[in-house]
Design a protein around this ligand. Structure first.
Ligand code: ZN
Length: 246
């Protein structure tokens, strides 16, 4: 018998599930503030209207739910059949009526929550493959989704900002980004200096010729995701363009 509560008894995972749900609620709030007409306006993402963002966030929940089902059943179900299929799906989703688009987001989010809720303790360690081909435990799906909903709420461009994102999520996001850069050999000459008094720290190794990029955790994370330079300064004068992240 399946209850209303999460099956997992791992307190860390329970806390992460809460962050994912908060992020989903945050995205929903920003989406609800937009009129149907406003959905057709450009988002912060190049070439994407808000419709594309909503469609992507909806289909992303379905894709992540497929990974959770994989963990639950042991039957391999990839996030997307191909990158082309993923892009086609988003383009199609962007043509849906506003009500269908809103339902896509809402239903997919609820479905994912139910899949997570019903995943028993032992299954969270099942290794699944992300859209980029990374092999990760099913527990990583929670962070994958958390990142998506918080950042894409900002991409809707109707008032959400990185300052609205909880600090622990910003920290993990910035770690994610700098780790990706390091794996690719990018950004080796950059030192990120976080200026928030309580979180003062530096990310990245200082070496000869390295440049310090400084700002609050929110401003630096924004810059690192390629979404603007407001509130960021650089020891070199010009603020460097952040290396590609995704
Ligand atoms: Zn995304």
């Amino acid at each position: 018998m399946v209850g209303r509560q999460d099956q997992t008894t791992d307190p860390r995972l329970q806390a992460q599930l809460l962050q994912a749900r908060r992020g989903t609620a945050f995205f929903a709030r920003k989406l609800n503030q937009l009129s149907d007409e406003e959905l057709s306006v450009d988002s912060l993402l190049d070439g994407w209207t808000r419709r594309h963002v909503v469609a992507h966030v909806g289909y992303n929940a379905r894709a992540i739910a497929r990974l959770v089902q994989w963990a639950a059943t042991g039957i391999e179900t990839p996030m997307y059949s191909s990158p082309e299929e993923r892009a086609r799906e988003i383009d199609y989703g962007a043509t849906l009526s506003p009500v269908a688009l809103r339902n896509l987001f809402g239903h997919a989010a609820v479905h994912l929550t139910v899949e997570w809720r019903d995943l028993p303790d032992g299954a969270w360690d099942t290794i699944v493959r992300t859209g980029q081909g990374r092999l990760v435990p099913a527990s990583e799906t929670v962070w994958m989704r958390t990142r998506e909903v918080w950042v894409h709420a900002i991409d809707l461009d109707n008032g959400a900002s990185f300052r609205d994102v909880p600090a622990e999520i910003l920290e993990r996001l910035l770690e994610d980004i700098t780790r990706t850069w390091a794996l690719r050999g990018d950004g080796a000459d950059l030192v990120l200096s976080i200026s928030d008094p309580v979180r003062l720290k530096e990310v990245g190794g200082a070496g000869p010729g390295s440049r310090v990029v400084r700002g609050t955790l929110a401003a630096l994370t924004r810059w690192a995701t390629g979404r603007g330079v407001v509130g960021v300064t650089s020891s070199g004068g010009d603020i460097p363009i952040a290396p590609r992240w995704l």
